[in-house]
Design a protein around this ligand. Structure first.
Ligand code: PEP
Ligand code: MN
Length: 370
């Protein structure tokens, strides 16, 4: 089923076009002082949207689960005193109710909640008639459909300002990241919903403040629209996600280094277009060559059929593989790649040969046109 979406871009202040949109603030609001001091520093840097977790869905009980509703009053104070918009994570209809009552401007659905369609539907229902941006984090598991489903549920409840947050995926692979980015998934999301804005959350992807800059840059290079980065006045003492939070000054350092490439503009893009054109031509050539190769395979099939020879000749297959790997090596192609390609070509050839050998009446031998 192809869903239709009715999505509007989210605005930062009065403007729509600021790129990247920057959302910054602590993982959690811990105390009024920590919240307000962090907010003042970020506002002074020009941050327009302040984030802070109020309800924290933690993997195990006993960890800090957020200060709860009382923290919303601190966020409201941030809004009144600094003029920033304020945002937090909601996981239930009660959270939505409380957050709206306290004037929250932006809400997001966390990764653990996106993975639960009943919870997302409950939030969607509680948002009917509301007109604020809702950001939807990817689910913890690498499932683009679950992510799209959550976006659909929120959008269908009448919320037009929806955007996605890419925060990486939980895997068993041991890697330098806390959550694997699996970039192909947000790219696929964008392919399926081209109008959606995507905000990168390098804090939760990396789990490590040293790596935030490089992941943020990669996200911008992929044309993501914004960044959500955790910043705390005293990161090492944070009550949650200490190792991935940056001081406001650290965040400023990263923002200063980021290179914002534009989609439009420039000669660079024209050069890119030219190279892409060359790739298109070569791909077509590859396909034409494969077509010819399959025609020859079919002719071989006819020959084998007439002479009662089996289709699969293991010796020949092994020899081809060895030879191709050697030939490809000289062209800078890895053995693993060459083997994959020729295994797949061979499988397709066998299918063509089988079709010919199983045909009841034998068509005449095809002639190659070139
Ligand atoms: C958060 O943003 O603090 C958070 C809990 O994120 P996630 O849902 O991505 O784990
Ligand atoms: Mn966090």
């Amino acid at each position: 089923m192809n869903a239709t979406f009715n999505i509007e871009k989210i605005k930062v202040g009065q403007e729509e076009s600021i790129r990247p949109i920057l959302i910054a603030g602590p993982c959690s609001a811990e105390t009024e002082e920590q919240t307000i001091t962090t907010a003042y520093r970020l506002a002074a840097m020009g941050v327009k949207i302040f984030r802070a977790g109020i309800w924290k869905p933690r993997t195990r009980p006993g960890s800090f689960e957020g200060v709860g509703t009382k923290g919303l009053a601190w966020l409201k104070k941030v809004k009144v005193e600094t003029g920033m918009s304020i945002g937090t994570e909601v996981a239930t209809a009660v959270h939505v109710y409380e957050a709206l009552k306290h004037g929250l401007d932006v809400l997001w659905i966390g990764a653990r909640t996106t993975a639960n369609p009943f919870a997302v539907q409950e939030i969607a229902d509680s948002l009917r008639g509301v007109d604020i941006p809702i950001l939807i984090k990817n689910p913890i598991n690498p499932d683009v459909h679950l992510w799209i489903g959550a976006i659909e549920r929120i959008n269908q409840s009448g919320i037009k300002k929806v955007a996605a947050i890419h925060r990486g995926f939980s895997t068993y692979i041991k890697s330098k990241y806390r959550n694997e980015p699996q970039w192909q998934i947000p790219i696929e999301l964008k392919r399926r919903i081209p109008e959606i804005q995507i905000i990168s959350d390098p804090s939760h992807i990396t789990g490590n403040r040293e790596l935030i800059g490089e992941v943020a840059q990669q996200a911008l290079d992929l044309n993501f629209d914004g960044l959500m980065i955790e910043s705390h006045i005293n990161p090492d003492d944070a009550w949650s996600d200490a190792s991935q939070q940056l001081t406001p000054a650290g965040l400023q350092g990263i923002m200063n280094q980021l290179i914002i490439r534009t989609k439009e503009s420039s000669k660079m893009n024209l050069d890119l277009e030219k190279l892409r054109g060359e790739i298109d031509e070569l791909d077509l050539e590859l396909l034409n060559t494969l077509e010819k190769r399959m025609m020859i395979a079919e002719n071989i099939g006819r020959y084998k059929s007439e002479n009662k020879i089996t289709i699969f000749q293991p010796d020949r297959y092994n020899k081809i593989m060895e030879k191709r790997v050697l030939q490809a090596n000289g062209k800078g192609l890895t053995p693993a790649f060459t083997e994959r390609i020729f295994k797949s070509i061979h499988e397709e050839s066998i299918l063509h040969q089988k079709a010919i050998m199983n045909a009841v009446s034998e068509p005449p031998i095809k002639k190659l046109t070139t």
